[in-house]
Structures are given as structure tokens and as C-alpha cells.
Design a protein around this ligand. Structure first.
Ligand code: GRF
Length: 219
């Protein structure tokens, strides 16, 4: 079996990277991580990759005079590995249009909200302030606009009355860890079809039930 080679871009903790490392270490998983790149030298995720024996690279954005030059170096490193898919996993740099176009439908991101609601930073604080009853996470193909692009999979996560940004964030993160490896698997299996703004996952069965929060009380 030829496994899909992927490059993972991180800036920090790397818990989503860890779920991808773990998935790729599972026998039969159809993808492998060819390279992990961080723009931050001390990112904790780099140690996770090293522990798993995966090549790492630090490409500091500070070493470049323009976003385009930084992105060109990222692309050069990714292309040198033969990676066919780029996974953004807590990568905290905006990417130039040229880079996004070069990886059109070959670059995915995970975001801790139900996009298109709450793009950007500090999602959990804003979710709590808005009083919505559900939030979640989204894995999507990357487009030039931040946190936008065809959606592959989402998890709906209930917001509880006593939640703080931390408790809610932890619940959402657990859902991220379930969704990201699944999205990579689907892509590696060749089951993901992008048609304009919409994605079809061939052979996937849609969830049948509505979630209600707070739950409907039966008397
Ligand atoms: C995650 O919440 C992800 O959705 C967002 O950045 C965070 C990265 O966390 N894009 P980690 O580094 O994967 O632990």
C-alpha cells in the first residue's frame, strides 16, 4: 500500500499533530507524516514529532523579509519531501494567496468552532459571550480567506451553563482529536470530492439525529 505523504505545519503545543502521529503509527492507516514544520523554534509539537522519529524543520518567519519569501521556503521544504497533503495544526501564520493556490484542495486546517461561525482567534470566549448552545470543530480545505473553505467534517459540541473558555476548549479539543485523523484518512483513501464550496465524502453516512441542548425533557 502506498501511503499518502503529508506535511504538518505547527506553531505550538501540537496535540492535533499528536493524534495524526498516533493515527499514522496505526497499522493500515493510509497516510504517513513526511515532515513536521514549525515557525517557532521551541514549539512543544516538535518534540512529539522527534519522539515519533519524524523529520522536523524550523522555518522562522522572522528570518524572512516578506510573507511571500517565508511561504516560498515552506513550499520548497514541503515539495522536497514529496508530500501531497499539507495539514495545518495550530499553525499561527497567515498564508499568502500564492501558497494557498499552490496547495489548492491539497491543504486542510482544523478550527475550534463550527465554521463559518466564529472564525479567527479566541473562539471559546466569543462562543460563551454569544450564548450559543453548540460549538464544535471544523476540518476544512484552506482558501485565501482565513478559516474559510470547503468543509470536510464537523463535530457539534454542547456548550454547558457552567463552562469557562478552558472547560469548553477542552471539550472541543477532544472532538478535534477525533475529527482530524478521520479527515486525513478519508482524503488518503481518495473518498473526498470537492465540488465548488461543497465536499462529499464518498461512502460516509450522515448523522441521523438532531442534538438538542439543553435536552428536551420528557415528562
Ligand atoms: C487547535 O484548537 C486548533 O483547532 C487550532 O489551534 C489549536 C492547536 O492546538 N487551529 P494543538 O497545537 O493541536 O494542541
Amino acid at each position: 500500500m502506498t501511503r499518502l505523504a503529508i506535511a504538518v505545519l505547527i506553531s505550538g503545543r501540537g496535540s492535533n499533530l499528536q493524534t495524526l502521529l498516533d493515527a499514522c503509527a496505526t497499522p493500515g492507516f493510509p497516510a504517513r507524516i513526511a515532515l513536521v514544520i514549525s515557525n517557532i523554534a521551541g514549539a512543544a509539537g516538535l518534540e512529539r514529532a522527534e519522539r515519533a522519529g519524524i523529520p522536523i524543520a524550523v522555518v522562522s518567519h522572522k528570518a524572512f523579509t516578506s510573507r511571500e519569501a517565508f511561504d516560498a521556503e515552506l513550499k520548497r521544504r514541503i515539495d522536497a519531501t514529496g508530500a501531497q497533503l499539507v495539514c495545518l495544526a495550530g499553525f499561527m501564520r497567515l498564508l499568502s494567496t500564492g501558497f494557498v493556490t499552490a496547495f489548492h484542495n491539497r491543504m486542510i486546517n482544523i478550527h475550534p468552532s463550527l465554521l463559518p461561525a466564529f472564525p479567527g482567534l479566541h473562539t471559546h470566549e466569543r462562543v460563551l459571550a454569544a450564548g450559543v448552545r453548540f460549538t464544535g470543530c471544523t476540518v476544512h480545505f484552506v482558501r485565501a480567506e482565513t478559516d474559510a473553505g470547503p468543509i470536510i467534517v464537523q463535530a457539534a459540541v454542547p456548550v454547558l451553563a457552567a463552562d469557562t473558555p478552558e472547560t469548553l476548549g477542552a471539550r472541543v479539543l477532544a472532538s478535534e482529536h477525533a475529527c482530524y485523523p478521520q479527515a486525513v484518512r478519508w482524503i488518503a483513501e481518495g473518498r473526498v470530492v470537492v465540488d465548488g464550496d461543497r465536499v462529499t465524502v464518498r461512502g460516509a453516512i450522515g448523522a441521523a439525529q438532531a442534538l438538542v441542548n439543553p435536552p428536551v425533557e420528557t415528562t
